[in-house]
Every structure is written in C-alpha cells, then in structure tokens.
Design a protein. Structure first.
Length: 234
C-alpha cells in the first residue's frame, strides 16, 4: 500500500446521510406539531437544501444562512406557519443522534487505520459532524476531522485541502488519497490539489463531469483492494 493518508468524505461515504436526514426531518416536523406532513414536503426540502449547499460551496451564501433558509423556503412553499429557526435547531440536534453507517464502513476504517492515518473531510456543520462521528463508533480509527466551517473554505477549494493536510501527522501528494461519493466536491478537489482519489459510486452513475477519479468502487468493501491495486500498478 503506497498510501499512508486516507481522507474520507463523511456523508454518503461512511455515514448514510440520506437515511439520517429523513429520520431527522420527520422527527423535527413532529416536534413542531406537524404529525402528517404532505407527501411533497420532504422532497421539496431536499431540493431546496441541495440548491443552498451548492450555493454555499460556490461561496454565495453562508452556512448560518443555509441552516435556517432551507426550512423557511420549504415552509413558505407549503404555506406553513412554522418557525424556521426552531426547525433548524431541532433538526441539527436530531441529526447528531440518528447515525446510520454505510455497509462496510467500520471494517474499512479498521483496515486502513492499520496502514496509515485516516482524516475526515466534510462541508457539514462542525459540531454536528463531530457528534455524529462520536456516535458512529468510527472515532477510534480517525485521527482528525477537517470541516469547511472551521477552515473557512469548502470542498473543492484547494485552500480546504491545504488546511486539511496540515492537520495530518505527515503528508505527501503521492501518499495521499481521497475517498468520496461526490465528483463535484471530493474528486474535483483531489484533482485540483494533485492527489489521487477513489470515487465511491454505489448507484453506478455515469461520470459526465470534468472530475477524473483515479479509481471507482461500488461498495466500501472494494476500497482497500482497489487502493492496493493502484499501488501495485504504480
């Protein structure tokens, strides 16, 4: 194995964010007194949330704005007189408690931690991501957590990766690999920073982007062998 530093995206790579998101959203609506939300409420929230996160990564909105605005827009679209700030607070509290692991995440972290150092790279909310990692059982295998909130820049900005690699015990471009599910953040960020990448693509999506992963896997139990294969090919 030529890699000694493994940088993992968190949501939808190690943790099943989609499952946690729906559980937390449902719990939040119940806390606000909406026990039977309309069928379109959660999908509309997801679409609004995704658009705001893209704008955040482009630097056009702040994370504090995003956290409340996604609920404000959702409630406005459905003519619901609910408190968006209360919804944001309740949702984030719930999100840290509703942690679901992607299949194979724990075994993969155990095996790669024996080969080198694991760091988490995430654009998520700093204190929530730390709490989710602590709840996940993965924390004992993770050396550090780099968040865009603490850094001030988001993936795929190279300044985020400069910040991240300064946290590692040791760093070399050749000895570092990023594992993540998002081409536009994880893989493109790796390309721009000049390090290898492994695209976790469980949906077997086509790559129509400019991002070029060094390798691609569809299950987490394929990652270790794929990275070892890259080392042999080199």
């Amino acid at each position: 194995m030529k890699y000694t530093l493994f940088l993992f995206d968190l949501d939808d790579t190690l943790l099943d964010f989609r499952a946690s998101e729906q559980l937390s959203f449902t719990r939040t609506m119940r806390e606000l007194g909406l026990h039977e939300p309309g069928a379109a409420l959660f999908p509309d929230y997801q679409a609004i949330n995704l658009d705001l996160w893209k704008r955040f990564e482009q630097g056009t909105v702040t994370k504090d704005f995003l956290k409340v605005e996604r609920f404000r827009q959702t409630f406005a679209a459905h003519r619901l007189e609910l408190d968006a700030e209360a919804a944001s607070r309740l949702y984030l509290e719930s999100l840290s408690e509703t942690v679901v692991l992607i299949d194979g995440a724990l075994r993969l972290c155990e095996s790669l931690a024996a080969c080198g150092e694991i760091g988490i790279i995430t654009n998520g909310v700093d204190h929530i991501q730390r709490r989710r990692i602590a709840s996940s059982g993965l924390g004992g295998h993770i050396s550090f957590i780099a968040t865009s909130e603490a850094c001030g820049h988001a993936k795929p900005d190279s300044r985020f990766f400069e910040y991240t690699t300064r946290m590692a015990r040791s760093f070399s471009h050749a000895g570092t690999v990023i594992v993540g599910d998002r081409l536009d953040a994880d893989i493109l960020g790796a390309n721009r920073y000049g390090i290898d990448s492994c695209w976790f693509n469980p949906g077997r999506l086509a790559n129509a982007s400019q991002a070029l992963p060094t390798c691609e896997v569809h299950r987490l139990d394929q990652v270790h062998a794929s990275l070892a294969g890259l080392a042999r090919a080199a």
